[in-house]
Design a protein around this ligand. Structure first.
Ligand code: MSK
Length: 660
């Protein structure tokens, strides 16, 4: 691993040199110059009222703010607020999609159609909506209205909680953390963490768990499902990933952010013969649509649109001098890009009233006139083609990697038996026999304080070498895509023998691209399906599975990590700990959560130790399940069966292999 480099992506390295030569500062240099405040970085700065900010230094049992708030309370409140913000982000995205679904169902958004009726009916089933005798649009309307109700309902619990294994639902009930409504949990979390309300760290963290579940089994899962219903459920397809996906003879239009609706329209608009003719009239061969960040993941999974990469590529993309327009919506959009664009011909186009930028053009997206607005933006990019300056063009010049992406949970089920006999049996059997040692969900961001992609790539390589199936989302998926890990050939070259055999038999890469950040909900669905298939316990908790976000930076990542833990998947985060200041908090997350939920939340910066801890937890889970001990190259079908007492006892596997 090259920690001395700002990035291990060779195309990014080329463009960082361009920036250096032109004396342009990017987030990579700003991160070097601007050291984080050590007190706030570790969760010990309280700024929930104006008596402070109070910086709590000193011993845990002595440090206190002006009001007397202790270090564990302050750290817990800070963490819980991150969870609330992350949950709000994913869920507001889902709310927009639910409104689009409603508009489509009512014939008000005529440029969209319901692409996956089968999924619509499946979702209606989860929500208890009868589809008999109803038109597709009526079912879609009922589904959209039910989804919208989930945000503000005053009674009951979120409908999607019923998709979790029964045992997990009982744990949530017992702990009192089953979320009631999405907005309610976010609002309550902000209230509880305001000055002078919840002052018991464990109770604050219970609130954080409940809020996070409103993300994972609420907003995010809804976001994924509505996108599949409207734009199609992903199936594997081939595309490219690199900063070198820009074309010199085309108008390069980048779509960056998170919400897929407008991006879907741009996919259609850029292919429209009228737009192609217009591009030709301006001297270009056509329009080259490229994705960035999670919008990239959405249109890559469904249309094979190439990706320029994740969060840290946004400034670098502009530095190529080849981007006519960068269209942005919400989340992970650096304010720096509008300033940087002034030194190039690139136009930054904001598209939502929620996210405007100084010096950007604003073209407001409205799903009632989606295609007209998409064409307006495509035209704007085409008109800017003539302003591209030859002398400022700096292509990365590194061949883009092939990527096979598009592994929805439905497709994973399908590939294990076909449309009518799809199941998770083969995957469970491969885990039981030891061909697959376990599953790791690698997710989360890049962070300029860490050599870009270095830990994502290190862990991906090591896990597949150790027969661990890797499923990826968000910027982590981009890291593997760019590195060429998402091809079946990679399995042949780099995977351990057991994983390789499974990949060859099914014809999949050992690293599966599952989609965007909201698509972490697909990992929850896969985990539920594995648990419900049988043979590996009856809960998500206790599966040989771990979630890791090694280079995280966003509050959304914290919300995801927390709902993974609340769902029974232990998680490891790198890039520094926002709870490091409080031993009490660390103890709650690393030990108490094992007792409560059969999972934990660790912060560990050392990549080697992350790997070791993840493998240890996977092996401990295997031992507790009494399935074959993992031995590289030795597989079998024999199992040590659990007796009823062991099953009922619900013994939990800790990383130390101790019953709790
Ligand atoms: S885009 S949240 S930097 S994964 Fe979803 Fe990447 Fe993290 Fe944004």
């Amino acid at each position: 691993m090259r920690e001395d480099l700002k990035s291990v992506d060779p195309a990014a390295q080329v463009l960082l040199k361009v920036a250096e030569k032109k004396k342009i500062l990017t987030s990579f240099e700003r991160a070097e110059k601007l050291k984080p405040c050590p007190i706030g970085h570790e969760g010990a700065c309280c700024k929930v009222c104006h008596m402070g900010p109070c910086r709590l230094v000193g011993k845990e049992d002595e440090a206190a703010g002006v009001c007397g708030a202790t270090l564990p309370v302050v750290t817990a409140r800070n963490f819980a607020r991150m969870v609330a913000a992350g949950t709000a982000a994913h869920s507001d995205h889902a709310r927009d999609l639910a409104n689009t679904l409603l508009a489509v169902a009512r014939g008000e958004a005529k440029d969209f159609q319901i692409k996956d009726v089968r999924k619509l009916n499946r979702v209606a089933g989860y929500l208890g909506i009868n589809v008999e005798g109803k038109s597709v649009n009526k079912v879609a309307e009922d589904v959209a209205l039910k989804f919208l109700e989930q945000f503000g309902q005053q009674r009951g619990e979120l409908a999607y909680l019923s998709r979790a294994p029964k045992k997990r639902q009982e744990i949530w009930k017992k702990l009192g953390i089953a979320p009631r409504a999405i907005d309610r949990e976010c609002v309550e979390m902000l209230h509880r963490t305001a000055m002078g309300v919840d002052q018991e760290p464990n109770n604050i963290m219970l609130g954080a768990l409940r809020t996070s579940l409103a993300d994972g089994w609420g907003g995010s899962m809804m976001g994924t499902d509505i996108s599949d219903i409207l734009f199609g459920t992903p199936k594997p397809l081939k595309t490219k990933a690199s900063l070198d996906v820009f074309k010199e003879d085309h108008v390069n239009l980048v779509v960056h952010g998170h919400e897929p609706s407008f991006a879907e329209m741009l996919v259609q608009a850029q292919e429209d013969p009228e737009m192609v003719a217009y591009a030709k009239s301006k001297g270009a061969k056509g329009v080259n649509l490229v994705g960035m960040c999670c919008t990239a993941n959405e249109i890559l999974m469904r249309h094979g649109i190439p990706t320029a990469g994740g969060f840290l590529q946004q400034e670098l993309g502009i530095l190529t001098g080849m981007v006519e327009a960068m269209v942005v919506d919400v989340q992970c959009i650096m304010p720096a890009i509008s300033q940087l664009s002034k030194q190039y011909h690139t136009k930054i186009v904001t598209t939502t009233a929620k996210g405007k930028m100084i010096d950007a053009e604003h073209v407001e997206y409205d799903d009632h006139h989606a295609m007209d607005i998409a064409k307006k933006v495509v035209r704007l990019a085409i008109d800017n083609f003539q302003n591209r300056k030859k002398e400022s063009v700096s292509p990365a010049g590194i061949k883009a990697a092939d990527v096979i992406a598009g592994f929805s949970d439905e497709y994973i089920e399908y590939m294990q038996g076909g449309r009518y006999r799809g199941s998770y049996r083969p995957l469970n059997d491969a885990i039981i026999s030891g061909r697959i040692r376990g599953i790791v969900g690698l997710a989360g961001c890049n962070n300029p304080r860490i050599s870009q992609d270095s830990i994502h790539n290190f862990l991906t390589r090591e896990f597949i070498k150790n027969d661990v199936l890797v499923v990826q989302t968000g910027c982590s998926a981009m890291a593997s895509a760019k590195a060429g890990y998402m091809t079946p050939e990679n399995a042949l070259e780099n995977a351990g023998q057991g994983l390789r055999e499974v990949c060859e038999a099914i014809g999949i890469p050992p690293v599966l691209h599952l989609g965007s950040c909201v698509d972490n909900s697909r990992i929850l669905t896969i985990a539920s399906n594995i648990a419900n298939e049988g043979g590996l316990g009856d809960d998500i908790g206790g599966l040989p599975a771990v979630g890791i976000a090694p280079e995280w930076m966003s509050e959304k990542a914290i919300a995801i990590g927390t709902y993974f833990a609340a769902s029974g998947v232990p998680v490891i985060f790198g890039a520094g700990s926002p709870v490091k200041a409080s031993k009490t908090l660390r103890d709650i997350m690393e030990n108490k959560w094992w007792e409560m939920m059969n999972a934990a939340f660790y912060f560990e910066e050392d990549p080697g130790k992350m790997l070791e801890l993840a493998l240890k937890m996977i092996d401990a889970a295997r031992e507790k399940l009494k399935i074959r001990k993992y031995e590289p190259g030795r597989f079998g079908t024999e199992r040590v069966l659990m007796d009823m007492a062991a099953r009922r006892g619900g013994t939990f596997a800790t990383p130390h292999g101790v019953d709790v």
